[in-house]
Design a protein around this ligand. Sequence first.
Ligand SMILES: [Zn+2]
Length: 112
Amino acid sequence: MDEILGQVLRSAVRERLDVLSELADRADASSLLSVARSELPRLTAGWRALLTAHEADEKGNCPECSGRRRPTKAPCSVWESAYEHLIAGALAPRPARHQRPAHALQPATPVP
Ligand SMILES: [Zn+2]
């Protein structure tokens, strides 16, 4: 993927996330219900596809995150992020990533 296409892709995804956040913050109840019914299945399907790509291989490594010379043990940072956002973060609202202090963005365990 070239750099321009990558920027377009990232921008489109960020804009979509912004729209969904804005809807969650400001939409009326009936609009929220409609958005939830259409978007939640898409979001869960997206998480499932992403997590499937990051499932451990027969050696216990993530095939997506591992390089030729440097394997990455599963669960990788994608699974850790999924846990953080879907399980741990589900109980209490957290500030958006861009609003968290820089030290909070560091991984809990350093990658070897
Ligand atoms: Zn991975």
